[in-house]
Design a protein around this ligand. Structure first.
Ligand SMILES: NC(=O)c1ccc[n+]([C@@H]2O[C@H](COP(=O)([O-])OP(=O)(O)OC[C@H]3O[C@@H](n4cnc5c(N)ncnc54)[C@H](O)[C@@H]3O)[C@@H](O)[C@H]2O)c1
Length: 403
C-alpha cells in the first residue's frame, strides 16, 4: 500500500516533530489537536526545525515555506477523509488513547492504518478499541523526533503482515530507521534502558558515586549524555509511568530504585520542574537528605560503581529479549545506536558485549546477584551461551559471528 497523505493526532512535543519529519519527506500531513492554540504550537515547533536548517544554510527560506505548506493544522476531522496513515501522539493515558482510537476508526477511511506513538501502552489493547485491529500498529518515535533516527515498529496481536510491511516501508520513506519489535512492555529500547537508569539510581543512593561522576563516566564511555541528565530531560513522571508498566510486566528485577520513587513523590520531575537528580534553580538540593534517609532505611551503602554495573544489566535484558524473539541481536545493536546514541564505534550493545566476553559478563552478574540483589540474575540464554563456549569475540562466536 502506498502512502499519499498522513495524519498526526496530538500536536505536542512529539506530534509537531513527527509532522515535520513527514513533511520533510515531501508528503502532505494533517496535524490535529483539540484546541487551535495547541495546533499553532505544533506548527511553530515544526517551523522551528526548518528555521534551524535555514540558519545552517542547509535549506532556503523558499524551501522552508514549501515544506511548511505540506502541513495542515486543524482541530477537525474533515481533513482526515483521505489519509492513508494516522499517527496518534496524544498524552500517555490509556482511556484517552482508547477514545482517540475509536474516533480515528470512525472518522478515517476503512483502509487507513492507525498507528500509536505510545511509549508503554499495549498496542493490542488499543487495537481492540477499533473495528480494524489488523490495521493498528505501534510506530514509536524517539524524542526529539526530527533528530532521532529510530522508529520501533510494533505489531499487535492482530496486526496483519501487510500493515507491518507498509509501516516499515513508510518509516524508511520518511528517512527513519525502522526496527520491528515484538510487542512487550517497554518495547525494546525503553525495556533495555530501564535496568540501566535504575542501576545508576541504585549506585547513587548507595553512595557508590555522585550523579555527576556517574554521568561523566557514561559520557566518557561514549553515551551522548549520562543516565541522570537523560532522566531529568525525559521527566521523572514519564520514566516512572513507563517503569511502572515494566515492573508490572517483568516483576522484581524492574522494581524502581528508592531514590526514583522519592524524587517522583516529591514532584521533582526534572528540568521542567527546576530539579530532579540535579537542581536547576537556586533552591536547596534535597538529594543528599533523601539519600541519607534511604541508606538508613535499607542499610545499603558503600557499594561500588563501574560502567559495567550499568551496562551488563542491559546486556542481560537484551539476552532475555532474544529468548523471547522480540528482535534479533543485530536489531538490538541498531536500535541502541539509533535510539539511545550508544557509541557507534562499539558496533552496538551486543557487539560490545561480545568484546567483553560473555563468560566474564555472567561471572560479574553472578557476583552482583549475590552481593547487590537478584535483579542481576543472569538470563538463561547468557548462561547457556557462556557454557557452550560462545563467549564472544575471543571464541569467534557470541551474540554475533566474528571473523
Ligand atoms: N515526550 C517524549 O519524550 C516521548 C517519546 C516517545 C514517545 N512519546 C509518546 O508520545 C505521546 C505524546 O507525548 P508528548 O510528549 O508529545 O505529549 P504532549 O503532552 O507534549 O502532547 C500531547 C498533545 O495531544 C493533545 N491532545 C490531547 N487530547 C487530544 C485529543 N483527544 N485529540 C487530539 N489531540 C489531543 C494535547 O493538547 C497535546 O498538544 C505519548 O504517548 C508519549 O508516551 C513521548
Amino acid at each position: 500500500m502506498y502512502i499519499y497523505k498522513a495524519g498526526v493526532v496530538g500536536a505536542g512535543l512529539m506530534g509537531g516533530g513527527i509532522a515535520q519529519v513527514i513533511s520533510y519527506s515531501g508528503l502532505p500531513v494533517v496535524l490535529k489537536d483539540v484546541d487551535e492554540k495547541y495546533v499553532q504550537k505544533g506548527l511553530a515547533a515544526a517551523r522551528a526545525v526548518y528555521e534551524g536548517r535555514v540558519k545552517k544554510g542547509k535549506m532556503s527560506a523558499g524551501e522552508l515555506e514549501s515544506k511548511m505548506a505540506l502541513i495542515t493544522g486543524t482541530t477537525k476531522w474533515d481533513d482526515f477523509s483521505d489519509v492513508d496513515v494516522v499517527i496518534e501522539a496524544v498524552p500517555e493515558e490509556f482511556e484517552l488513547k482508547k477514545r482517540v482510537f475509536a474516533e480515528m476508526d470512525a472518522k478515517c477511511p476503512e483502509q487507513t492504518i492507525l498507528c500509536s506513538n505510545t511509549s508503554a501502552l499495549s498496542i493490542s489493547a488499543l487495537a481492540a478499541a477499533t473495528k480494524r485491529p489488523e490495521k493498528v500498529i505501534g510506530m514509536h518515535f524517539f524524542f526529539p523526533a526530527p533528530v532521532m533516527k529510530l522508529v520501533e515498529v510494533i505489531p499487535g496481536l492482530q496486526t496483519s503482515t501487510e500493515t507491518t510491511d507498509t509501516i516499515v516501508a513508510f518509516t524508511e520513506s520518511i528517512r527513519k530507521l525502522p526496527v520491528r519489535v515484538k510487542e512487550c512492555a517497554g518495547f525494546l529500547v525503553n525495556r533495555l534502558l530501564m535496568p540501566y537508569v535504575n542501576e545508576a539510581a541504585f549506585c547513587l543512593q548507595e553512595g557508590a558515586a555522585s550523579a555527576k561522576e556517574i554521568d561523566a563516566a557514561m559520557v566518557a564511555f561514549g553515551m551522548p549524555m549520562g543516565p541522570f541528565t537523560l532522566t531529568d530531560n525525559l521527566g521523572l513522571d514519564v520514566c516512572t509511568h513507563a517503569g511502572r508498566v515494566m515492573w508490572e510486566a517483568y516483576g522484581p528485577r524492574m522494581a524502581p530504585a528508592d531514590i526514583l520513587v522519592k524524587l517522583f513523590e516529591a514532584k521533582r520531575l526534572g528540568t521542567k520542574t527546576g530539579g530532579g537528580f540535579y537542581t536547576y534553580n537556586d533552591q536547596s538540593d534535597p538529594l543528599p537528605a533523601m539519600i541519607g534517609e534511604i541508606q538508613t532505611n535499607t542499610g545499603r551503602r558503600g557499594t561500588k560503581f563501574s560502567v559495567e554495573r550499568l551496562l551488563y544489566p542491559m546486556v542481560n535484558e537484551a539476552a532475555t529479549c532474544l529468548e523471547e524473539n522480540v528482535c534479533t541481536a543485530t536489531e538490538v545493536d541498531l536500535a541502541m545506536m539509533a535510539g539511545t546514541g550508544f557509541p557507534m564505534p562499539t558496533g552496538g550493545l551486543l557487539q560490545w558485549a561480545d568484546t567483553q566476553g560473555l563468560d566474564a559478563i555472567v561471572a560479574a552478574l553472578e557476583v552482583w546477584s549475590r552481593d547487590y540483589g537478584p535483579r542481576f540474575w543472569p538470563a538463561p540464554l547468557l548462561r547457556r551461551m557462556a557454557g557452550a563456549g560462545m563467549t564472544g569475540t575471543k571464541a569467534k562466536r557470541g551474540f554475533h559471528a566474528h571473523e
